[in-house]
Design a protein around this ligand. Structure first.
Ligand code: SAH
Length: 221
C-alpha cells in the first residue's frame, strides 16, 4: 500500500471512525488518549475487505481460523485499565489476532511486544503493523502461556484470549508496580475481566465486568 492510498482510505472513513469514538464515550470510556488512538486507527485495514464496511461498528468480527478482532469497547476498556494510572514503558500483549489492539497500544506506550500462536495471523499482523508504520511493535509467533522470554519484565500485560486461570509465567514477567489485564474463566460463558496490580510479591485483583473472549489455547499452529 502506498502513502496516497493510505491517506485516501483514512479520509473516507474519518467521519465513521469519529462516530465510533462518540459512541465509546457515551458507553463510559473516559481516557482521552485511548479515544484519540481509536479515532486515528484504521480498523477497516485489520479485517478482510468483505467486512471493511462493518469495521466501525462496536462489534467483534471474524478474522479467520475461528478467531475474532475484539469489540472496540472492550479494546478501549482494557487499554484504559492498563494505562489509567500512568503510561507503562513496556507492554506485552498475548493474542495478537488481527494486530488491532497492538496498534492501539503502539500509539500510547513506547514499546509493545505481542505474541500469537497461529502462524497465519502472526505473519498477517506483522505485515500490517509494518505497512502502517508501527515501528515500536514487535510480533512473535509462539505460545503466550509462557509470556515473552528475553525482553521482560513488562510494566503492563494485556491478555486478549481467555485462560481458565492466569499462567504463572505471566505473573512472573510483570514488573513490580505493573498491571495485568485478563479475561479470566472458562469458555462458553462470559468471563470476568480482571485487572491485577503487582506490589512486590503481592497481587491485588479488581473485577472490571463480564466479557466474551475466545479461549487461550496451548501450543502453536
Ligand atoms: N487482540 C486481538 C484479538 C484477539 S482474539 C485483536 O486485536 O485482533 C484472541 C487471539 O489469541 C487469537 O488470535 C488466538 O489465536 C490467540 N491465542 C489464543 N491462545 C494463545 C496463546 N496461548 N498464545 C498466543 N496467542 C493465543
Amino acid at each position: 500500500m502506498d502513502d496516497s492510498e493510505r491517506r485516501g482510505i483514512g479520509m473516507t472513513s474519518q467521519r465513521t471512525r469519529q462516530r465510533l469514538v462518540e459512541r465509546l464515550r457515551l458507553e463510559g470510556i473516559r481516557n482521552e488518549s485511548v479515544l484519540a488512538a481509536i479515532g486515528s486507527t484504521p480498523r477497516h485495514l485489520f479485517v478482510d475487505e468483505a467486512l471493511a464496511s462493518r469495521a466501525y461498528e462496536d462489534t467483534a468480527l471474524p478474522i479467520g481460523d475461528g478467531q475474532t478482532i475484539s469489540q472496540p469497547f472492550v479494546v478501549a476498556r482494557m487499554t484504559e485499565a492498563l494505562i489509567d494510572e500512568g503510561i507503562p514503558q513496556r507492554v506485552l500483549e498475548v493474542g495478537t489476532g488481527s494486530g488491532y489492539q497492538a496498534a492501539i497500544l503502539g500509539q500510547l506506550v513506547p514499546e509493545v511486544y505481542t505474541v500469537e500462536r497461529i502462524r497465519r495471523l502472526t505473519d498477517q499482523a506483522r505485515r500490517r503493523l509494518r505497512d502502517l508504520g508501527y515501528r515500536n511493535v514487535r510480533v512473535r509467533h509462539a505460545d503466550g502461556n509462557t509470556g515473552w522470554e528475553g525482553d521482560g519484565p513488562f510494566d503492563g500485560i494485556l491478555v486478549t484470549a481467555a485462560p481458565r486461570g492466569v499462567p504463572p509465567e505471566l505473573f512472573a514477567q510483570l514488573s513490580d508496580g505493573g498491571r495485568l489485564v485478563v479475561p479470566e474463566g472458562a469458555q462458553g460463558k462470559p468471563q470476568e475481566l480482571v485487572c491485577y496490580r503487582r506490589q512486590g510479591d503481592e497481587f491485588s485483583r479488581e473485577n472490571l465486568g463480564l466479557v466474551n473472549f475466545v479461549p487461550m489455547l496451548g501450543g502453536t499452529q
